[in-house]
Design a protein around this ligand. Structure first.
Ligand code: GLA
Length: 708
């Protein structure tokens, strides 16, 4: 028998004919409504030849390949028992014992689960696969110990075969304030593995590992991509060997001995999120963005425009210092005022007080009430920064409960702080009660939930589960409160945390030059309304680089927009510009936060082109940014992918913080004339000539269908 899952242009065909572990016959473009006979023929015809010097039967790579089936590549499942145990055995002979699907039709649908058993190893494995309506393939394993003694689990990650033509890899790395650096390489023989032992993805997270046809880009190429929807340690890999198909996998990295199952105990892996695209990286976003938008925790639209106090005042908090900022925020149209780090008991700098989540009586002698009232009177919501998973040695929490601190007493500090062991019920309760009390006593619409250090302990499974439980508990108690996930910027960007929060802070840098890249990378999986995007001061605090208003505003326009700049010191002209930008963002955010994000492949890598097109294809906004010097005297015409080919658009430039600077006065005539009219098909193919933008400048264009 075979099972065919189909959705949104994707087919997944599973060979589950016999008692063997199911294998993937096809994961790729939709093959249409194949009849039972065709599926059976495919299964038979897909059996490979037997090469010399190999096992004597055709190698059949299953979704849980192990040594027992002749697979000598990286295994999906690694379990062990004590050598003294009579049942000491690795899983080698899993056999299918049952199958369930979500429909009455056992061979089609969108979900299937298999139960497999290995009697000798005394384990049971459940394999869940789901093809979402958007064509995202999720899979996970649950390992249960059916033996009489403990079972160690070192790895349980489904392994997905991909076609040999997927010969080029793309994943990411980075560092603080410089997240999301793409790395391309050829998929050579061996394992290309990216492992995080940060207890979070880390600033250098691989994020999403794509294997595609050589040269794949934003718009073109076939891609098979995987991501681990998990906020702890992860392992992501691609493997190529002479054995047969190449493979991809993404899941939880377990430390030795981290998961030991008692008799009857189970371990469920996080979801491996796998996405196929025939239209480059845009095709990945086309599946993941609508899927994420369908989640129950997805943020309410419209996203409020934020002002965050961090880069405006840092730890210099007081009512007097913040009143002018509240007023300035109100005047430019801000809708949510967020009080960042520095408000709680003893927190005069970043060296103390984490864990003591009550309001500091010196900084805020009358509590936060007066500030919150002011913010509300100004028509804004109030948000508050917290870092619930942490504690400082210099805090009452750590002094009174050293047993709540994760790791040994001599372990290194990081940003002068330690991690709270949330698996200690009293520690998790302490944090819950403190946050619950704050949310009860004040009208707080939003928490910026930070996580500023690596865990630096072996294994992060239980801590990550405890974090999820804490967020879930808090959300259940305060369902109206939104949470932003931050981890020194983008050190914890994954679909596990994303399913529990409404916004992320992709980076601590507000430098638009860095942000252009960071948003492009994070935006492959995360829809723009999740990506906090703040306009900072003219000179970026993280890089000391200067950027013109138009470049800063254009870069922050598309995301969950905000301001992180001491507006109370800005000139009247600057404030007016900010106000104009806020109004433009509000006018466009309905489109920006529901439409389809598209990026263009450009001949000149200095030219970064991306846009959002609404569902009807009648309205779009594009940004053309120069992130370096142009390669030639004239930049190539800009193509606009994703438009409706037969619709004629009126294209006009928007005033986003003033006109961008050009290196020649003469704009192309269409721009000088105030706009152009062109069909979507032509805009996508031939494109439009652009002005000679100077480096670090951006032009924002709005495209509207002309009513015929
Ligand atoms: C982290 C965050 C910043 C800010 C500071 C406060 O670095 O990423 O945005 O909130 O903490 O300490």
């Amino acid at each position: 028998m075979t099972t065919h899952l189909r959705a949104a242009g994707v087919s997944v065909i599973l060979d589950d004919r016999g008692a063997e572990v199911p294998s993937l016959l096809h994961w790729g473009r939709d093959l249409g409504p194949l009849g039972e006979q065709s599926l059976a023929q495919l299964a038979v015809a897909s059996v490979p030849a037997v090469p010399p010097s190999s096992i004597d039967s055709p190698l059949r790579l299953s979704l849980i390949p192990t040594i027992g089936e002749g697979w000598t590549g990286r295994p999906a499942l690694s379990v062990w028992r004590s050598p003294a145990s009579p049942a000491a055995a690795h899983a080698r002979a899993l056999r299918l014992t049952s199958r369930t699907t979500d429909t009455a039709q056992p061979r089609s649908g969108t979900e299937v689960s298999y139960l497999l058993g290995d009697a000798a190893a005394a384990i049971e494995v459940r394999l869940d696969l789901e093809l979402t309506p958007q064509g995202v393939l999720r899979s996970r394993l649950t390992v249960t110990n059916t033996g009489d003694d403990d079972l160690g689990v070192d790895a349980a990650i489904p392994v997905l075969p991909i076609p040999q033509r997927a010969g080029e890899l793309l994943d990411f790395s980075g560092l603080w304030a410089r997240e999301g650096r793409p790395i391309r390489r050829t998929l050579e023989h061996g394992v290309h593995a990216r492992e995080s032992r940060h207890g979070r993805g880390g600033h250098d997270s691989a994020f999403v590992l794509s294997a595609g046809t050589p040269g794949f880009g934003w718009e073109t190429g076939e891609i098979w991509a995987v991501h681990a929807a998990w906020s702890g340690d992860t392992s992501v890999w691609a493997e190529r060997s002479s054995l047969g198909p190449s493979t991809l996998a993404a899941g939880e990295l377990l430390a030795p001995g981290e998961v030991i199952l008692p008799p009857g105990g189970s371990y469920t892996s996080p979801w491996t999120v796998a996405v196929y695209s025939r239209d480059g990286l845009n095709g990945i976003s086309d599946r993941v963005h609508p899927w994420v938008r369908s989640w129950s925790a997805a943020p309410a639209i419209p996203r409020p425009v934020v002002l965050n106090t961090w880069e405006a005042v840092y730890f210099r908090q007081s009512l007097a210092a913040l009143v002018p900022l509240v007023e300035a925020a109100r005047d430019v149209g801000v809708e949510r005022f967020v009080l960042d780090d520095g408000w709680f008991r003893g927190r005069s700098d970043d060296r103390r007080a984490l864990g003591d989540w009550t309001v500091d009586a010196t900084t805020w002698p009358d509590g936060l009430g007066p500030l919150i009232d002011l913010v509300h009177e100004a028509g804004m919501q109030f948000g508050l920064w917290v870092e619930p998973e942490m504690t400082s040695a210099d805090s009452d929490a750590a002094r009174e409960h050293p047993e709540w601190v994760l790791g040994g007493p001599d372990d290194p500090e990081w940003r002068f702080q330690r991690v709270l062991d949330l698996t200690v019920p009293d520690a998790a309760d302490h944090v819950f009660r403190a946050l619950d009390a704050l949310l009860d006593s004040y009208d707080i619409a939003y928490l910026k939930w930070d996580h500023n250090r690596d865990l630096l302990v072996a294994g992060s499974h239980d801590q990550t589960e405890a974090l999820y439980a804490l967020i879930d508990r808090l959300r259940a108690a305060h369902p109206g409160v939104e949470i932003e996930s931050c981890a020194s910027g983008g050190a914890r960007l994954d679909l596990g945390i994303l399913s529990r929060v409404q916004r992320v802070w992709p980076s601590d840098t507000n430098d638009p030059l860095e942000r252009q890249r960071i948003v492009a990378s994070a935006g492959i999986l995360l829809p723009p309304e999740y990506l906090g995007a703040h306009v900072g001061a003219e000179r970026a605090h993280t890089t000391a680089r200067h950027a013109d208003a138009s470049f800063r505003f254009a870069t922050a326009l598309f995301g969950s927009a905000g301001i992180e700049w001491d507006l109370s010191r800005a000139t009247p002209a600057e404030r007016e510009q900010v106000g104009g930008w806020v109004s433009e963002h509000k006018r466009l955010r309905g489109l920006l936060h529901s439409g389809r994000t598209v990026r263009a492949d450009t001949a000149d890598p200095a030219q970064v082109v991306h846009g959002v097109v609404d569902e009807s294809g009648h309205h779009a906004v594009f940004s053309i940014a120069m992130v370096g010097s142009a390669a030639g005297a004239l930049p190539p015409p800009v193509r606009f992918p994703g438009l409706a080919p037969d619709v004629v658009y009126e294209i006009r430039a928007l005033d986003i913080g003033g006109a961008p600077v050009t290196i020649a006065d003469q704009a192309p005539p269409w721009l000088a004339a105030g706009g152009a009219r062109l069909a979507g098909g032509l805009l996508a193919e031939t494109g439009l000539p652009m002005p000679l933008l100077a480096p670090e400048q951006a032009l924002v264009l709005e495209l509207r269908a002309i009513d015929s």
